[in-house]
Write a protein that binds this ligand. Structure first.
Ligand SMILES: NC(=O)c1ccc[n+]([C@@H]2O[C@H](COP(=O)([O-])OP(=O)(O)OC[C@H]3O[C@@H](n4cnc5c(N)ncnc54)[C@H](OP(=O)(O)O)[C@@H]3O)[C@@H](O)[C@H]2O)c1
Length: 266
């Protein structure tokens, strides 16, 4: 079953690593700029800050799109984990509820998400970090097609086969770490393109993600960057530059880089 297509605001504020206290200040600012989509997760320990920030903005709940995610340690108690997320976010429904990673028991957890979707408390459900094989398993064995697959996606990690598969199967792809978590912003190849458009490298990266039809989830705690990232929606990349950026794939993962610099494997 392919659920009715939901409208997802194309730019979200990513919130990984931002503390709740900071989000309470940041989210009303983001909403003033125009952001309506916030990407959080139980694992980020900041859902309460997202909920409070939205409340303090004064904008009504139905104008906001909230994504949160089920963490692996909750796969065997999905119902209570979902309710706890609702409570922390100060809401009675989630716009998009994702399975954060395909760990053990993910298929059982997907059945739970289907139940939550049918209850109406999650307006849409999806997955994150799923590969084609795992998506095929859902297609063959379960009732509901995920609305979304949230994956790492940047020119240096251009997961074309997975994107093609998702687009053929009506699964919206969302790009996490679209700015390479900050690791590759000085790359000379990107700087040349940015200079050509008189824009910043992050703006070019966001424009590239959007031109692919993806939802972009850039994270920032800076007001200037918040505005710049939002303004990237105005950039029209020429086909030749788009193709050039498509050619930069290195299967480079910013997440792997992050963890390897901390001496821990992901
Ligand atoms: N589903 C998953 O498994 C998963 C995994 C990773 C991430 N995510 C989601 O995706 C979101 C984004 O990914 P991410 O947090 O890994 O990293 P990211 O958005 O790729 O990069 C964030 C970094 O870029 C910098 N930055 C942002 N805008 C900038 C600008 N305009 N100019 C210069 N620097 C800029 C930020 O610093 P400043 O604060 O100084 O701007 C920060 O250091 C996360 O927050 C989370 O919501 C999901």
């Amino acid at each position: 079953m392919i659920p009715e297509k939901i409208k997802i605001p194309q730019i979200a504020l990513g919130t990984w690593g931002i503390k709740s206290e900071q989000l309470v200040q940041l989210i009303p600012q983001a909403i003033k700029i125009g952001y309506r989509h916030f990407d959080t997760a139980r694992k980020y320990s900041n859902e309460d800050g997202v909920g409070e920030g939205i409340k303090q903005s004064g904008v009504s709940r139905d104008e906001i799109f909230i994504t949160t995610k089920l963490w692996r340690t909750d796969f065997l108690r999905t119902g209570s984990a979902f309710n706890a997320s609702l409570e922390r976010l100060q809401t009675d429904y989630i716009d998009l509820y994702l399975l954060h990673w395909p760990f053990f028991f993910w298929s059982k957890a997907w059945t739970d998400l289907e139940r939550i979707y049918k209850s109406g408390k999650a307006r849409s459900i999806g997955v994150s970090n799923f590969n084609i094989k795992e998506l095929e398993t859902i297609k063959k064995k379960y009732q509901i097609t995920p609305a979304v697959n949230q994956i790492e996606f940047s020119p240096f990690y251009y997961q074309k086969d997975l994107l093609d598969y998702c687009q053929e199967n009506n699964i919206q792809v969302e790009s996490y770490s679209p700015l390479t978590r900050g690791f590759r912003l000085e790359d000379p190849k990107l700087k040349v393109i940015a200079q050509k458009y008189q824009k910043t490298v992050p703006q070019i990266l966001i424009a590239w993600v959007l031109k692919h039809g993806l939802v972009a989830l850039p994270k920032t705690t800076s007001l200037l960057h918040l505005q710049q990232n939002w303004d990237a929606q105005q950039i029209e990349l020429a086909e030749a530059d788009f193709a050039y950026l498509n050619s930069l794939n290195e299967n480079y993962s910013a997440l792997s880089t992050f963890w390897s610099r901390r001496g821990r494997p992901i």
